[in-house]
Structure formats: structure tokens, C-alpha cells
Design a protein around this ligand. Structure first.
Ligand code: FEO
Length: 387
């Protein structure tokens, strides 16, 4: 098979390249993979199932890898349907196969699969428990809230493989060979971003293990330079910026705010800011805007006033940042309004609800269009943020 990890641990997952939106909200231009693995020994274990959209392909991969044998265990690390969607179907196909999962995951089984009774086939495992397959020994570590509460990861001792559930996953099907960090970062902050502390706890457990391969539930198997991937997860989960730079997010109704945002980007570049990234919240990918907000150490938000409040695309963006635990950043504000500007007040209020946000002064207020009279405030804010 194409993505085998070792002689006895094989990839049996599937690509999904025609799903419109992952989790009904994230665009995935290069699709997504639902990873699953099989460990062949005296006993045979399958690591996780796949989304029900791809059951037939996955079942065929399993049958091919089994070479006439039958699986003894299905290890369920995460119950979200992109991984448990084919669980009941495969359990029916292999009626003697046991389902190994955390207690919390086992409690969820009837929620998702009330039509069939799977509970008498389950083995509940807890922190540190082991399961011997022969030469291969699986050891289970609980990883609650990376990304759901029932999540666990599994370490295979003989070949030093960490099956990491959603951790170190990324958007993008495996048939697309692409740089890891960009889509892994967009995946991390939008899906696991809120759960920095649980990710830190998992990192501490991983640090005590000798790991040769990380096998996530999405994206490529990681076997080289693991300290790079582990280091990025450490940075991200501590909410530390990954790079110096300013991310400018703007939401403009008729273009006046957009002009101001682009002018401000030019002013930052003139001042030698390391990197300036700019996005139109009305048209660009919201998930990528969230990603860039976390990536850089500074941010500027520019938006129109609307219905005595804030233009909804900016409200939506800031609400996303609130949900994902955005913190530890310096932020400048540019507001626009044609008769009673109030966007700045709302933006400031939303930022003040976040942790360790320093608002850079002065807030710039534009009346309809950027004019020479705005230059002083724009220059002062640019000076402040360029430092
Ligand atoms: Fe890939 Fe949280 O499921």
C-alpha cells in the first residue's frame, strides 16, 4: 500500500476530494483524508474508522490488508463522525471484533448508533492501560478536549508509533503533496484552537515517549524532523505568535474602509514591518483569517459601522476569535461611519473580553472616506504598531 508506516503497520485510510465543506464550514480546496491504520500481528487491530461517505473504499482497503484473516480489535480514539461514521457498519461486518475505547467514548456509542447494540462488545481503557497484539503492544493515553472529551491517543511500543487522533492533522487529501504547516495551522486554530491547555497536557505526555512516527487522523504520516511539528504545536497551543508581522483584517461595505486598510498596510511596509498580511473578511476565507490572526504578533481590524453597531463580517470574525481563545496580541482599530461611527466601540468591547489583548492607540475614525485629516492618526497608529 502507498502509505505503509512499517512492515506490519499499514495505512488503510481514504481521501475525500469532493466534500463541499469540512464540518459544514471549512473550505478544503485539496480535500481531506480520513486516516485509518491496521496493525498485523497474532491479533489484528484497526485504528479508527472513517467518515461514512467512504465506507466502501475503507472496507475494501481492510479486506485487502487482512489477506483472509479477521480483525480482533477496532481502536476508537475519537467519536466525531469523520472518524466514527463507519464504526457500526464495520462492526456488523466483523461480528467478533471488539471495540476498544475510553469510557467516555463508549458512553457516546448509543448516541450515534442507537440502532445496534455495540456495548457488549466494548473494552474500556484508561490512562496507561496496555493491549498486547503479539509483538506489538498498544498503550493508551487520554487526551480529553483534543478535540472532544472522549479522545485518547495510542502509542505502539515496539515500533514507536504514536497514533495521535486529531493532533498533528491537517486539511488536504494525501493525493495532494503540499507543504504541511499552512493547512495544518488553519486546521489547528479553527478546530483545536480553543483547547490550548489540553494540547499542552498531551505534549507533556508525548515528551515522555520515544516517537519514530506520528500517525494522525488527517493528513500525512510524520516520520522525519518530528521536533519541528512538535515545536509548532507547542507554540500554537501556548497562543504565542509564530512570526513577527501585522495581520490586517477589514470589512468594508462600499470600499472606503478597504482603501484605508490598504493604505495602512502600505504605511506599515514603509516602516519596515517584517510581514504585512491583509484580508477582506467579506470575500476571503474566514478560517484563513483566523489562522493569520494567530500566526502574527500584531493585528489591525478595520470595519464599517452598521445598524448602530458593527458590520457583520467583522462581528463574525471577532466572534470566531473569541471562541478560539484569541489572546496575547497587540491590536489596532480603524473604524468608519458616515453619520454616527460606532464600529470602534463594538470592536473594542469584543477585544476587551479576550485575554491579554493590548489595544494600540489611537483608534482611527474615518468619516465615509479616508482624507488628509486622517493622516496624523493613521501615522501615529502605524508608528505604534511598527515598533
Ligand atoms: Fe477529525 Fe475532531 O475529528
Amino acid at each position: 500500500m502507498k502509505y505503509n508506516i512499517t512492515q506490519t503497520i499499514k495505512y488503510i485510510g481514504v481521501d475525500d476530494t469532493d466534500l463541499d465543506l469540512f464540518e459544514s464550514q471549512y473550505i478544503i480546496p485539496n480535500g481531506i483524508s480520513y486516516n485509518s491504520y491496521i496493525i498485523i500481528d497474532q491479533k489484528i487491530a484497526i485504528m479508527d474508522s472513517v467518515d461514512s461517505r467512504k465506507y466502501d473504499e475503507w472496507a475494501a482497503n481492510i479486506a485487502n490488508a487482512l489477506e483472509g484473516r479477521t480483525p480482533d480489535y477496532l481502536i476508537v480514539q475519537h467519536m466525531e463522525p469523520d472518524h466514527s461514521g463507519s464504526l457500526a457498519s464495520i462492526a456488523v461486518l466483523y461480528p467478533n471484533m471488539k471495540i476498544v475505547a475510553s469510557e467516555r467514548a463508549i458512553k457516546m456509542l448509543p448516541q450515534f448508533f442507537y440502532e445496534c447494540d455495540l456495548l457488549d462488545r466494548t473494552i474500556a481503557v484508561k490512562e496507561g492501560d496496555t493491549l498486547a497484539l503479539g509483538n506489538h503492544i498498544l498503550q493508551f493515553y487520554m487526551a480529553p478536549m483534543v478535540h472532544w472529551p472522549e479522545v485518547m491517543v495510542t502509542y505502539e511500543q515496539s515500533e514507536k508509533v504514536l497514533f495521535s487522533a486529531d493532533a498533528w492533522g491537517k486539511f488536504g487529501a494525501l493525493c495532494h503533496d503540499e507543504e504541511w504547516a499552512c493547512e495544518a495551522r488553519r486546521y489547528y486554530f479553527n478546530i483545536c484552537g480553543k483547547y490550548g491547555q489540553p494540547v499542552q497536557t498531551l505534549l507533556k505526555k508525548a515528551k515522555a515517549l520515544d516517537i519514530a512516527h506520528i500517525c494522525p487522523l488527517h493528513g500525512p504520516i510524520l516520520s522525519d524532523n518530528l521536533s519541528y511539528y512538535i515545536g509548532l504545536y507547542d507554540t500554537w497551543s501556548r497562543y504565542e505568535p509564530e512570526a513577527k508581522g501585522v495581520f490586517i483584517a477589514y470589512a468594508s461595505i462600499h470600499g472606503g474602509t478597504a482603501v484605508a486598510a490598504h493604505k495602512f498596510a502600505d504605511m506599515l511596509k514603509e516602516r519596515g514591518v517584517e510581514k504585512v498580511s491583509i484580508m477582506d473578511l467579506c470575500r476571503d476565507d474566514m478560517a484563513e483569517a483566523v489562522e493569520d490572526a494567530f500566526k502574527y504578533d500584531r493585528m489591525v481590524i478595520a470595519a464599517s459601522s452598521y445598524d448602530a453597531s458593527l458590520f457583520p463580517p467583522m462581528y463574525d470574525f471577532l466572534h470566531h476569535l473569541q471562541l478560539k481563545g484569541f489572546q496575547k496580541r497587540r491590536v489596532g482599530i480603524i473604524e468608519n461611519g458616515s453619520w454616527a461611527p460606532c464600529a470602534g466601540r463594538v470592536m473594542r468591547g469584543m477585544l476587551e473580553q479576550m485575554k491579554d489583548i493590548e489595544i494600540a492607540e489611537p483608534m482611527v475614525t474615518i468619516l465615509s472616506r479616508l482624507k488628509p485629516e486622517n493622516n496624523k492618526a493613521m501615522e501615529t497608529l502605524a508608528d505604534t504598531l511598527a515598533k
